[in-house]
Design a binder for this molecule. Sequence first.
Ligand SMILES: Nc1nc2c(ncn2[C@@H]2O[C@H](COP(=O)(O)OP(=O)(O)OP(=O)(O)O)[C@@H](O)[C@H]2O)c(=O)[nH]1
Length: 298
Amino acid sequence: MKAGFIAVVGRPNVGKSTLMNKIVNEKVAIVSNKAGTTRDSIKGILTIQDTQYVFIDTPGIHKPKHLLGEHMTNTAISALKEVEAVIMVLDGTQEISTGDQFVFDKIMKAPNTPRIAIINKIDLMKDEEIEEKIGEIKAKLGNFHKIVTMSAEYAIGIPKLLEAIDPFLEEGIMYYPEDMYTDMPMYRMIIEIVREKILTRTRDEIPHSIAVEIINVERRENGKDKYDINIYVERDSQKGIVIGKKGALLKAVGTDARKDIETLLEKKIYLNLWVKVKDNWRKKKPFLKEMGYNLDEL
Ligand SMILES: Nc1nc2c(ncn2[C@@H]2O[C@H](COP(=O)(O)OP(=O)(O)OP(=O)(O)O)[C@@H](O)[C@H]2O)c(=O)[nH]1
């Protein structure tokens, strides 16, 4: 029996959430093609026979531009010091950027934590490009215990990754029951579903600063509970986009989200979505607290 916590880091859009989902084979982290959509640390848990891997999907580490950004970075760094290993995901199709360098520098703030690099998206790469990328990582970043190549999208390379992590796990421990795949609370999952549906349908028109909050859950006698959910945007123009022409977009988001939530809860629900403008909400501490962020770390 052995187990350990593994932090997954990398600049936005390299494929961390996709990797997490493929590894634990369940939808635990929000995936979208927009940068910075994963905000909270979410654990995906994989138990194979007597080995348990507990993954922490960290928010995209980037240079803090505002309070929420700083919070994301601080949370990620403190998590790195407490894990058995850290895996840094790189997008193999892109040059190593200052963004990657920034993330690597952050990892090095926990110098005693073993580091594994993942070259992701190899389905889009030629063999010689993969070889070159390995060289580039060694030259520009260096200092990894292992470099693993994979395609998270097509679930290629996962066994190799687990094998690379194995030596760093702790003997004699199992943290969670075998059938547990995430410790994310149900409400958190509902919020992430709604956020994902909005971001998918609004493409690049809405920034990831959007916030979602469950304001009321009404238990109904017929068993079909009613959920009222607020969607906070920063500007009136964004409110218009999320609502859409004659409310069409919001209606579509509501239908998509309701279906996923019903699957998650294994029962029918009523879902009401409301769009509100909170002016510059990311800079306002009291409001951040309402949203459940830990202000001590800000
Ligand atoms: N072709 C290809 N696309 C991939 C692969 N892995 C992820 N993607 C795509 O890359 C995009 C970003 O993936 P995410 O998993 O959301 O990335 P992330 O690193 O979690 O991003 P943030 O949440 O913004 O930090 C999505 O459109 C994925 O479908 C891969 O192995 N191959």
